[in-house]
Design a protein around this ligand. Structure first.
Ligand code: ADP
Ligand code: MG
Length: 697
């Protein structure tokens, strides 16, 4: 099956299966099933052994079993509710079937003397063992009804019964054609990874033989399932690499500079770069000097100094006479970056412009003119930066801060900002969400990855304590003590209150209560709904130290930098995820002062919440937090939903199948080199045409 000229066969719609009409197709589409193969990629969640008929006398409560017996009596009873009761016996014992929903047809089918075969869970009823709503049918001669395969149980969906799904799978397995089942994984590759063919894998997962290891199947560790997961991961990997190729298919700006401006910037700082910052800047310099546009992700824990790395990269570009832009996820962060950049670049006579949704009218027009005509070498902003109407004279470097708020599609959109000369900006993406390396290489297969794995010297780790809400007063006293000693504090309220409503009033109320309890302190409030200007004013006051206690919703989650703040109180910490807690904690411990993070929680704690708080207490290392987070939650949330496209996988699971990732990466390389014609059909099979990143836009 190795093939040149492998065309991408159009997937056959599910309606091409005999017996599938529009109505059923519509219901299946709720499960993401549009083609026969999609259907076959819907894997059972568990299996039942119906290959053996259990004598009624051996049934025990809790057993799920197939049984056969003769109807002794069927009656409609009223025991609180109207119900149908049918009594079976087989000589060894008896069993009651109980139905709360039933038709008269059903009642007639259960007449005395009929032999019934049924499957269900036995439980203790008031008249001996019973099954409630078992699956059943008329039995043939004894023993004939036994299944010869394990019975798959599929994820349920409205309006499609298990029986129907099983029937559909049988049809699909029988009718699926060679084209659809074509194995895009070359035999050589399968052998190397010791995996079965696609057809074998599908047969096994949908119709496993009786002797199949059920534990392995249920945990999705069977080679058949691993084969499918492998193929899916490979398809995602290839799709992201295609995106990369597409972005890099046009040239970028070759930035050759002697680094004079960057050196002057660095010389003006009261500190030296860390080794990690220097190493990463070296990687960026090398990328900038190439004609191929850079696509680089810089990962680094909160506080490791990513902003400065971005500034030095920008300096290189500016010295070469081109433009650099930095996009932040919030206005607050854009403001802060603009201030930092202004502080760094003004002494070097390099103007820094700020463009957010707030600039309107004339001011905006003249700003845009400056950007278009190249008078603004450095532009900082929010999404507004890359909206229509903003044109750059020669954008050579686009920096995206806090990448987890942006997605694959934005990466593509940045491409469109290339200048008239047909050159692409280099892309530098910065994230404080540290994720384990293999996972990063999979989720961000379109990017090169740099890691800043060192914090600036002199930081004392933040001490973290978890306290029940009942000790709130102590916490308030602590704020008092700390602020009177000249430090500052944050109090973070969760965005959503118990009822899921009025989040901002909750923050307002907290601010008022705290202000009343701490009359000597100035208390400020920021939340997401405040007008930008008011937010900015409060943040400025907090930075200046005019406000000692800042009450905030999680808008301060990313990036705010106030080194004098040494106390972080997080309310309802039990409701937040690890990544978020770690980000918030990163707001303190940025200066020379010993800092504390107090996690206030409401009892009782779920076991997951308890685990999370324990992780926070145990470690301050972002990579370790991420690793534990992955264990606790799986990768979907860790990476942020949808951004990577990896969260919507059907078969694979990045944490369960993490051990496959290195061989998936090798396979991707091999396929691209030796079987390039297999790439497109493989992506189409798993990801679909519409979502192929490489084709968007
Ligand atoms: P993050 O990586 O979380 O974005 P920032 O860029 O906000 O971190 O940096 C955190 C703080 O550390 C800032 O005040 C910044 O000026 C400072 N900083 C950055 N690099 C160094 C360094 N090499 N030595 C000391 N302080 C540094
Ligand atoms: Mg930052």
């Amino acid at each position: 099956m190795n093939g040149e000229g492998a065309a991408t066969p159009a997937p056959r719609p599910i309606t091409s299966l005999r017996g599938v009409g529009e109505a059923l197709a519509h219901r299946l589409s709720a499960l993401g099933i549009h083609s026969t193969l999609d259907l076959l990629f819907l894997l059972p969640v568990r299996y039942e052994d119906r290959t053996r008929t259990v004598p009624l006398g051996e049934l025990r409560p809790g057993m799920r079993a197939a049984v056969e017996g003769e109807v002794q009596l069927t009656e409609v009873a009223f025991r609180g509710r109207r119900q149908l009761l049918s009594r079976l016996s087989d000589g060894s014992g008896s069993l009651t079937l109980r139905f709360f929903h039933f038709s008269s047809q059903q009642q007639q089918g259960l007449t005395r003397g009929t032999r019934i075969r049924c499957f269900g869970e036995a439980r203790r009823g008031n008249a001996g063992i019973e099954m409630v709503h078992p699956e059943y049918r008329r039995a043939g001669p004894a023993g004939e009804g036994n299944e010869d395969r394990l019975t798959p149980i599929y994820p349920s969906t409205e309006g499609v019964t298990q029986g129907r799904l099983r029937m559909l799978m049988k049809l699909a397995l029988a009718q699926v054609n060679a084209d659809e089942l074509r194995d895009w994984l070359p035999a050589e590759l399968l052998q190397r990874a010791d995996l079965p063919s696609l057809h074998e894998a599908l047969l096994l997962v949908h119709q496993p033989p009786v002797n199949c290891p059920v534990d392995e199947l249920v945990n999705r560790r069977h080679p058949a399932q691993r084969r499918l997961a492998f193929e899916e991961l490979l398809a995602h990997q290839l799709s992201l690499r295609q995106l990369r190729q597409r972005i890099q298919s046009e040239p970028g700006w070759v930035i050759g500079s002697d680094g004079a401006l960057a050196s002057r910037l660095l010389a003006s700082l009261p500190f030296a770069l860390t080794g990690a910052q220097r190493r990463v800047l070296g990687q960026i310099d090398a990328d900038l000097a190439c004609e191929r546009p850079m696509l680089r992700l810089v990962q680094g824990d909160v506080g490791c100094g990513k902003t400065l790395v971005a500034a030095v990269a920008a300096a290189q570009v500016v010295q070469a006479g081109r433009q650099a832009a930095l996009m932040a996820p919030t206005e607050l962060l854009a403001d802060q970056h603009a201030q930092n950049f202004q502080r760094w670049f003004s002494p070097l006579s390099v103007p820094v412009a700020l463009l957010t949704g707030r600039q309107t009218g004339k001011a905006r027009q003249s700003l845009q003119k400056g950007i278009r005509e190249g008078h603004a070498p450095i532009v900082i902003g929010t999404h507004a930066l890359f909206q229509e109407g903003v044109q750059f004279a020669s954008l050579a470097l686009a920096i995206v801060d806090e990448q987890h708020r942006f997605g694959v599609h934005q990466r593509l959109a940045l491409r469109e900002k290339g200048s008239a000369e047909g050159r692409q900006p280099h892309q530098l993406i910065m994230t404080a969400t540290p994720i384990p390396r293999t996972l990063a290489m999979t989720a961000y297969a379109d990017l090169d990855i740099s890691v800043i794995d060192e914090l600036p010297p002199g930081r004392t780790p933040v001490k973290t304590i978890a306290l029940p809400e009942s000790r709130r007063d102590e916490v308030v006293q602590r704020i008092h003590g700390s602020c009177l000693a000249g430090r500052q504090a944050y109090w973070v309220c969760p965005l959503i209150d118990e009822s899921g409503e009025m989040p901002y009033s909750a923050a307002e109320e907290t601010a008022q209560t705290l202000a009343a309890a701490l009359p000597e302190l100035r208390v400020g409030l920021v939340h997401g709904r405040m007008p930008g200007a008011a937010k900015e004013r409060t943040m400025q006051e907090f930075k200046r130290g005019a406000i000692q206690l800042l009450v905030a919703t999680t808008v301060i989650e990313v990036g705010v930098d106030v080194p004098n703040a040494s106390l972080m109180v997080i309310e309802n910490a039990e409701r937040m995820g690890l990544a978020q807690l770690h980000q918030l904690r990163g707001r303190v411990g940025r200066g020379e002062f010993e800092s504390t993070c107090v996690l206030l929680y409401h009892s009782p704690l779920s076991s997951l919440a308890r685990e999370r708080l324990a992780v926070m207490r145990d470690t301050s290392d972002g990579f370790e937090v991420a690793r534990r987070d992955l264990e606790l939650r799986g990768p979907g949330e860790l990476l942020g939903t949808r951004q990577t496209g990896l969260s919507q996988m059907r078969v694979a699971d990045l944490s369960r199948d993490a051990d496959l990732l290195p061989s998936v990466q090798r396979a991707a390389q091999l396929l691209l080199q030796r079987w390039p014609a297999h790439v497109a059909p493989l992506i189409a099979r798993w990801i679909g045409q519409a979502e192929q990143y490489g084709r968007v836009g």
